[in-house]
Design a protein around this ligand. Structure first.
Ligand code: 9MR
Length: 362
């Protein structure tokens, strides 16, 4: 996903914050107590993490006690592994894999092929034909092969659908390998790790129904080609302006192919919607956090409504608010976003309670 922009938040935000006027409790709450999330859910509950956070005891204790699965936030991507000279550096992904193993957590590999990462080693052979195809295969074999037995799953292709939701992206992979570059990636990944579930992952499948349609069409095409696509990831980067019902509709549609679903990168931004402008939107943070809890509750309810065999995992894109990519440059905005389930000190927020309640009542 590109750095989030005001325009994209607007895309995700058709409803007005006025909806928040109905939130039951606008007063700041006292401390919230919830059982460890991983103990409540009958499926893996994940969070993204990176090695720089492993020295922070509050981060580690909040992660380890609440989550049962890790997605490396960036350290299993090409940007971390593929050096400019074409050699591989597995230092960082190995550290994440070791951390997961030490703490008895599952590891979800993320991600092998991403339009956003056209690394110099591939750019150099752009247009070269067979050498490009060989390097593509070699990269996927090397990475998926190294983590065979250590990851429980992979996002093989990430964010392949166009920004406007229509059709598939033109990228270095499609230009060099043709429209079936994705199917090829699944075959290579299977060659390296024959039994691991292989996912196709994308964002705004909930806010843009046309993007969801394109995504499902692409998944069907991959499946028809006989390539081993085995699950669908819906990132769910949304905001408190999310239209009620949209996440449910998305998950229901996505489940129609019968594949396991990974709600793979949930965060719920508390920022103002574009067009509303901060000075006209006086909704207090306490109320925004209640709306956020409703959105998280809807996401979990939607996930719980899937048959058990389609509930792959439910992953939050970070642990504490201050860990979120939405609090880091270039996406930090005014620095006040509170998109996750735990506050800056690692205490559970209303959204964490909503998640637990949704699991318990469905
Ligand atoms: O949150 C991630 C950020 O720290 C990285 O700098 C960035 C590039 O690697 O990727 C972010 O994670 C993205 C994820 O890999 C794919 N979906 C959108 C996520 C947020 O941009």
């Amino acid at each position: 996903m590109d750095p989030i922009s005001r325009r994209r938040i607007a895309l995700a935000a058709p409803a007005l914050l006025l909806a928040g006027c109905h939130a039951a409790n606008a007063q700041p709450e006292g401390p919230i107590s919830v059982p460890p999330l991983r103990q409540v859910a009958p499926f893996p509950v994940g969070a993204c993490a990176m090695t720089g956070q492993f020295q922070d005891p509050t981060f580690v204790s909040t992660l380890v006690s609440n989550f049962s699965q890790i997605t490396p936030e960036w350290e299993m991507k090409m940007e971390a592994i593929l050096k400019n000279d074409g050699t591989f550096d597995f230092t960082r992904p190995d550290m994440v894999a070791d951390f997961a193993a030490q703490h008895g957590m599952r590891l979800h590999g993320h991600t092998l092929v991403w339009y956003a990462q056209e690394m110099p080693a591939f750019k150099r052979i752009d247009g070269a034909g067979k050498p490009f195809a060989d390097a593509y295969r070699n990269y996927i074999l090397a990475v998926a092969g190294r983590y065979r037995g250590r990851v429980v799953s992979w996002d093989v292709v990430n964010e392949a659908i166009n920004e406007n939701g229509e059709g598939e992206r033109d990228c270095i992979w499609s230009r060099n390998l043709g429209p079936d570059y994705a199917a090829l990636a699944y075959r290579h990944a299977q060659e390296a790790d024959p039994t691991v579930p292989l996912f196709l992952n994308d964002y705004f499948l909930d806010t843009l129904p046309n993007k969801r349609r394109s995504f499902l069409r692409m998944a069907e095409r991959i499946l028809k080609s006989g390539a081993p696509l085995s699950g669908l990831g819906t990132q769910t980067h949304v905001s408190i302006h999310m239209r009620p019902g949209a996440i449910k509709a998305a998950i229901k549609d996505l489940a129609s192919l019968g594949l396991p679903i990974h709600l793979s990168e949930l965060d719920v931004s508390t920022r103002n919607a574009d067009g509303v402008k901060g000075r006209f939107d006086m909704t207090p943070m306490s109320e925004r956090l209640q709306i956020q809890a409703r959105v998280v509750g809807e996401a979990m309810e939607a996930f719980m409504s899937l048959p058990a065999h389609q509930r792959f995992a439910f992953t939050i894109w970070g642990v504490r608010d201050k860990d979120s990519w939405l609090r880091r440059p270039p996406n930090a905005g005014d620095g006040t976003d509170r998109p996750l389930l735990f506050d800056d000190d690692g205490h559970p927020k209303p959204a964490a309670r909503a998640l637990v309640e949704a699991v318990s009542r469905t």
